[in-house]
Ligand binder design. Structure first.
Ligand SMILES: [Zn+2]
Length: 401
């Protein structure tokens, strides 16, 4: 079996364990064989370059909508959630199946090029099942449900059951999931209850915008007006108190809850989540957060709270890229004091723990977690400006990219 050796100035094994000047030996089926320190002299003798940068496990994209790759570049940055929802509604463009598949395939190619080895995927239909049943990635699919009142909720649940069945028939790991706080009625939460109780994990767009908080706390604001006044829908979503009760309920069952975005979270809200739902993870999608809300989550506050943070790309409807490195670069620009090593943990080990991808996210012998080289102009600078990702191995073997 062919074996390759890669060396870098920093090799991130897992949270808190970083080797300096180390070499990773990987087999052609992607298995990590060994990780050991190497001196400059030894490397020179072997003719092995020691790259300026990090070696780390393959990236985990903890939130994306791969089915929406065809919406690339169609949306305007509206500066608010309501503006974004309005555009989705106005965008009744007809795409044929061929166009959608071509765009989806391009999206998955991008994942591979960007060193992503596993992803948590929101799906409203089963159009991605054809790909997922033979993919080189590991994935978990969340069949997304929304319906802001009883009637819409009941209709959505029937459709959701069919979509879920379609995925399962094709051998795809899939669970039902609520869309967001403001779009799921009490009735729909109840309908989904048996599904959510059976599943170990679900995802929820949570505290994405200030408008959402206004909706939850005051039954007011641009999202509320859009649903109630403009779309003439009866609004029967949970309020803030009810929403917290709901998180408490599933938190007590130790569900891995992916709370996606978290831009509008306060330290009080995070403290509540920490105690009510110990296995919850905050999953910001930085580029998307800038596109929709014009700001990022409060990473200093999140770090201080010790809650698990993972990273997602969101979809091409609200994010200019499907690159995890790009998300880290955005955070690094706004929060240059957060160690790059910690950002890499969010994008690897934390993502794997959040999404329950066992055996991924860390570098150790005898597993196949993928291997990425993050080349940096200066690895000691803590700056990701000018950094690139080169996937060296994925879950099945050497990367041929
Ligand atoms: Zn999303």
């Amino acid at each position: 079996m062919e074996v390759k050796r890669y060396a870098a100035r920093k090799v991130l094994l897992k949270k808190g364990v970083l080797l300096r000047n180390a070499v990773v030996q990987v087999a052609e089926d992607g298995t990590i064989l060994s990780i050991a320190n190497i001196t400059d002299e030894e490397a020179a003798k072997e003719g092995l370059p020691i790259h300026d940068g990090y070696l780390c496990a393959g990236f985990i994209n903890a939130h994306t909508h791969s089915e929406l790759a065809f919406l690339d570049g169609l949306f305007l940055p509206g500066g608010s959630m309501a503006a974004f929802l309005r555009q989705i509604d106005a965008l009744r463009l007809q795409f044929d199946e061929e166009q959608i598949r071509t765009a989806q395939a391009r999206g998955y190619e991008t994942f591979a090029k960007e060193g992503i080895v596993a992803y948590a995927d929101i799906s409203n239909d089963a159009s991605t099942a054809y790909f997922k049943k033979n993919e080189r990635f590991r994935s978990i699919t969340f069949v997304e449900m929304f319906g802001v009142n009883s009637k819409l909720g009941e209709e959505a649940y029937e459709v959701g059951k069919k979509v879920l069945k379609e995925f399962k028939e094709q051998g795809v790991t899939a669970y039902m999931t609520p869309h967001a706080t403001y779009s799921v009625s009490a009735t729909l939460w109840e309908l989904m209850r048996s599904q959510l109780e059976r599943a170990p994990i679900f995802s929820l767009h949570y505290a994405e915008t200030a408008q959402e908080i206004n909706f939850l706390k005051n039954n007011a604001g641009a999202i509320y007006d859009l649903f109630h006044r403009d779309w003439k829908r009866k609004v029967e979503a949970y309020n803030m108190k009810e929403m917290e009760k709901c998180l408490e309920y599933y938190g007590a069952e130790h569900k891995h809850i992916l709370l996606v975005h978290g831009v509008a979270l306060t330290s009080f809200m995070v403290a509540f989540i920490r105690s009510a739902a110990p296995e919850a993870t905050i999953v910001p999608c930085p580029e998307s957060n800038l596109f929709i809300e014009g700001r990022l989550a409060d990473y200093d506050m999140l770090r201080a709270s010790n809650i698990r943070i993972a990273v997602g790309t969101d979809s091409l409807s609200s994010s200019p890229s499907l690159s995890i490195l790009k998300q880290l670069q955005v955070i690094n620009t706004y929060y240059p004091h957060i160690p790059v090593e910690e950002l890499l943990v969010w994008a690897t080990q934390n993502g794997a723990e959040a999404c329950m991808f066992d055996g991924l996210g860390v570098l150790e012998a005898n597993i196949r977690p993928g291997l990425n080289l993050i080349k940096m102009p200066n690895v000691e600078s803590n700056s990701l400006q000018g950094a690139t990702v080169q996937p060296l191995a994925d879950l099945k073997g050497f990367s041929n990219l």
